[in-house]
Design a binder for this molecule. Sequence first.
Ligand code: ZN
Ligand code: ZN
Length: 411
Amino acid sequence: MKFPVEVLEQAKNREKLLEILINGLCLNCLGRQFGMLGHGLTNAERGKILREFANKLNKSEFKEPDVCNMCNNFFKNRIGKIANSIAKKLGDIEFNTFLIGSIISREVARRQEELWERIGIEDVEPIKSEINRELGKILEKLTGKKFDLKNPDITIVVDLDTDNIRLQIRNLFVYGKYQKLVRGIPQTKWICSRCSGKGCTFCKGEGKLYPTSVQEIVEKPLIKATNSKSSAFHGAGRADIDARELDYRPFVLELIRPTIRKLDLKKMEKQINKSKKAKVTSLKLIKEGKYIIRKLKTDRIDKTYLAEVEFKQDIDKKKLKLVKGIIKEPIIQKTPLRVVHRRADKFRKRLVKAISYKQLANRRLQLKIRAEAGLYIKELISGDDGRTKPNISEILGNNVKKIKLDVIKIG
Ligand SMILES: [Zn+2]
Ligand SMILES: [Zn+2]
């Protein structure tokens, strides 16, 4: 048998064992100081074997101390009670996996440090990791859920000094694609910046600047079904508030602190799609939420737009042919005047990949434009006071009165 004979053949380990026994530690705390040895045993089992071995060897009678000088009988008396309070706190929250993190008292940390200064830290296991593991085992029995180090639904943080229990619930990520069928609603909820959503005279007490948004339409049934606190909406780019998005645009809705994790997404889709303003498709729960969000944010996909432009004067038919020449060189754009108050004023260089047109009336032109991600389309048409060059208005020698924009293809 390897444990403990082989371990204790070394004189330093015998000294170490004796030192611990003299100090009056419980079996858990004793076994833990040899925690990296004797694979497959619990620390309490290790402790028992070691104490019996030492008693035989030294003809001594080390007994279980009334109060452990390391853990204050935590493993004997308190651990079960704490597991019970955690189970109570978890209540009706729906989850499959959990992780436990504990904060030990300064006093216990100090005692552990002092012991390690005398016996060394070779082969020891810290008390924190035994507490987390043993609490986890009890909790697995109490709840029928699984301990999971990698990607737990809930992380339970126990402060052993104050008995305070905190639950960190992993957010749920729903991937999908949306269409915005009307003009005038933003992609995400636009919180009033003057009152940060509290409600003020500027936002007429609403806390937001638009009555609804794609986010609010999509999140509504999902927040309700998962009993989440709120949501964060991550779109693969976004169109202007007054542009429709007629092709499906990918997004991830992050549900914050859900206490229900099972979702009937077909049903959710149906409820969302009752809206006349936005529609969704392909909803699915995803595990690698953060990764997909990063990908959505960095993938640079071409977009195709349909613009209906009204000019101030009649369109010059001879100049119209020149419009196609715009694909030859990159478009240089300074940050548009309409957003420069909230974004850095700098240059941007993007390509128009294809353009075609159809004259609808003397002053009305339809443009179909395929552009690299990030090109400001309205400014490409209007010229934005010379901040975008070249531009359609300049080519036609005609000022723009109004633009109606639709995104008709993404990718
Ligand atoms: Zn102990
Ligand atoms: Zn406000």
